[in-house]
Design a protein around this ligand. Sequence first.
Ligand code: NAD
Ligand code: TYD
Length: 351
Amino acid sequence: MTTVLVTGGCGFIGSAFLRIAVRENPDWRFVTLDKLTYAGNVANLAPIAGAPNHTFVRGDICDEALVQGLFEAHAPTHVVHFAAESHVDRSIVGPRRFFEANVMGTLTLLEAARANWRDFDGKVFLHVSTDEVFGELGDTGKFREDTPYSPNSPYSASKAGSDHIVRAYHHTYGMPIKVTNCSNNYGPYQFPEKLIPLMIQNALEGKPLPVYGRGENVRDWLFVDDHCRAILAVLERGRVGETYLVGGDCERNNLDVVRQICARVAAVRGVDPASVEALITFVKDRPGHDHRYAIDASRIQRELGWRPAETFETGLERTVQWYVDNREWVDQVRTGEYRKWLDTNYGGRSS
Ligand code: NAD
Ligand code: TYD
């Protein structure tokens, strides 16, 4: 029996993973563990509500007793570890909880796996991480699996710390780990604090579109379902002890991304794109802002045959349409805490 403990399953990527994996694997059992921070929302799992092979548990990955209880109650054979504090700007304002959740939380899960997995046969601990652990690139080159770690933000430092613990558990204890380091995701259900959903939402509401610095920073974008398919491929067929870099081969600078969003939103609303682009506002840059990320995804392509299904154009079209059709979801996640964050982050960033 395959039982998958999915941490952070109510977040953006974890919920996308569950919406795909729970339906496609009716003979597997899934247990979601999520603290439901500002970024976690049970409504993200509405499409699989009532699925007989899925159980939701609210709780903190740092809570040793709770995690131990879950291992005893459900005997997971696989862990897919998404839970994390994930937003770079928030890590700059308040780093501590990033290290608590991302480093200590990962350690707690690994310790529970070590204590409860009598043998490692048929077991997998898949750690979901980011390309930001490698630091920033100049105008050329790509990250590869052997690129040295060089994290720059508190967020990426905390994720790098967690990657190192996972690797050390494999080296020291033989823990059957797998690691994925993926580029920037976008798609439905993304909390509207990150670039793409924030810009879509603000453009739909006619609010300013705050571009940091001159908008020249480059990210590699991947539609969230493509990331989830990569995670499933690694979970089922990836080599134990290995890292797989996942990316969309889709580099864009931020200003181009925002302009493309303006064009899509204008098309949906039937207005002149220039009137939406007029909302673009250049604001004070992020401290320590990484210039460019890019991924060489040839290992996962070659070994596991993974390829993204969406282009940036098709993925962005789906994403904008989702936010147009799901205004209630956005209203629901905009808690008082979120409004406070908008004031904290953008309040002092006038151009
Ligand atoms: P998210 O912020 O949308 O969701 C995080 C989820 O984790 C939320 O449901 C939250 O409630 C939960 N969580 C946070 N702290 C917890 C704790 N202590 N105990 C239990 N649950 C907790 O994040 P996301 O964008 O879905 O990212 C998921 C994972 O993928 C993260 O590990 C992130 O580092 C990684 N990742 C994200 C991206 C991206 O572009 N978003 C890219 C590559 C890798
Ligand atoms: P973000 O979505 O926060 O992801 P990450 O920092 O993990 O790459 O930001 C993506 C890019 O967009 C990054 O270069 C910062 C920039 N950005 C803005 O210009 N304005 C914004 O309001 C936000 C949130 C991000």
